[in-house]
Ligand binder design. Structure first.
Ligand SMILES: CC(=O)SCCNC(=O)CCNC(=O)[C@H](O)C(C)(C)COP(=O)(O)OP(=O)(O)OC[C@H]1O[C@@H](n2cnc3c(N)ncnc32)[C@H](O)[C@@H]1OP(=O)(O)O
Length: 335
């Protein structure tokens, strides 16, 4: 059982020029003790947290003892995005914070923990956008980065969805509940709902099952996630900081480690074709960039559902013999 530890970032000035003192950065470590094994850094998504593989860990089907990312072989580290509320810390005035700042905080966290080399950074959705930014800021840090259902930029489509979310978060009487109800529709697909519900009725509630499912997810999130945290996370989604594709490609081509892009063919939030475009544009500039696709009817949520396919994609990175040799070499670099 991993407990939450807290680091303090004494002095930080955001990219927008706001000075912050004593910012708490909380984290959890699972598996091997820090300094004894290669580090896997997991960056969480919108309503996630640092509990990646504990009893209620959100990626416990992928990470843990004898799982694809085996906690008996690796040190699993995850920071909470400051302001996600999971450690009791909220950020009242969040508009000046961007993904760039979060990436800088995580990099400072690694420095405070004396980690100079990370075997793999892995994240989906918002977590993947943070990883892109970290890898660009520190091109030699990661031996592998795995970016799942994510992008280095916010597309117009994503910005539009986040605007609707913001309208709900500011104007609804039950903002977290209602925003989640809306979000669950674009995390899935029509085909996923058809397979799951097929117009069936919830007799007790006199509504369709798809409706009671949406309301269930709304209620569940309302119980565990705070409004201020949701506002911050929704804001972060639209703040990637690379300006143009040209600028991004020039910076991304300097990342030294292997880059694995993973798209979901039915993703209606971070579109697969955008991920493929990034791959096609980056591949001529960098040898060790790879693309893999998850085939699923479940849309964006597939990165939290399709574990067999994820395991198939990730096994060569985490469990091949070649990797084991590299891992042993990497032990020496962990401070
Ligand atoms: C933007 C970003 O950065 S990332 C996007 C963020 N995405 C998320 O946060 C994930 C949101 N999705 C979820 O939480 C999903 O539930 C997943 C992906 C974790 C799991 O999906 P699935 O395995 O398909 O489970 P499902 O969505 O059906 O959820 C199961 C729950 O729904 C309940 N449920 C199922 N059908 C119904 C129904 N007809 N009526 C009411 N409740 C229902 C189940 O009882 C179960 O409840 P419990 O979790 O309280 O035990």
């Amino acid at each position: 059982m991993s407990h939450i530890s807290i680091l303090t970032i004494a002095d930080y000035t955001t990219k927008s020029g706001v000075s912050l003192k004593n910012l708490p950065l909380s984290y959890q470590v699972f598996g091997k003790q820090l300094g004894t094994a290669p580090v896997v850094l997991v960056t969480h998504a919108l309503t996630g947290n640092s509990n990646v593989c504990g009893e209620k860990g959100w990626w416990k089907d992928l990470i843990g003892p004898e799982k694809c990312i085996n906690s008996e072989e690796y040190t699993i580290l995850s920071f909470n995005i400051p302001g996600n509320g999971y450690d009791g810390f909220l950020i009242e005035n969040y508009e000046y914070i961007t993904i760039y700042d979060v990436a800088k905080w995580f990099l400072t966290g690694l420095q405070l923990l004396k980690i100079s080399k990370v075997f793999a950074g892995i994240g989906g959705s918002l977590g993947g956008s943070i990883l892109w930014q970290m890898a660009v800021l520190k091109p030699a840090l990661f031996q592998n980065i795995i970016l799942i259902a994510t992008d280095w930029k916010a597309t117009d489509w994503l910005i539009a969805q986040c605007r609707v979310q913001k309208q709900i978060l500011y104007n609804s009487e039950n903002p977290v509940h209602d925003a989640r109800v809306h979000a669950m529709t674009f995390y899935r697909t029509p085909q996923s709902f058809k397979q799951k519900f097929n117009r069936s009725l919830n007799e007790a509630k006199h509504i369709f099952n798809v409706e009671s499912w949406l309301l269930h997810h709304g209620e569940t999130l309302q119980k565990r996630f705070q409004l201020q945290a949701y506002k911050l996370m929704n804001h972060l989604l639209v703040t990637s900081d690379f300006k143009t594709e040209e600028a991004f490609l020039s910076m991304a081509s300097k990342i030294e480690g292997n880059i694995y892009l993973v798209g979901i063919d039915s993703d209606g939030f971070y579109l697969n074709e955008e991920i493929k475009e990034t791959y096609s544009a980056l591949k001529p500039l960098k040898d060790n960039v790879h693309f893999a696709e998850i085939n699923s009817i479940h849309g964006h949520d597939a990165f939290l559902i399709e574990y067999e396919q994820l395991t198939g994609i990730l096994n060569p990175i985490f469990n091949s013999e070649l990797v084991t040799k590299t891992k042993n070499y990497e032990h020496a670099s962990i401070g």
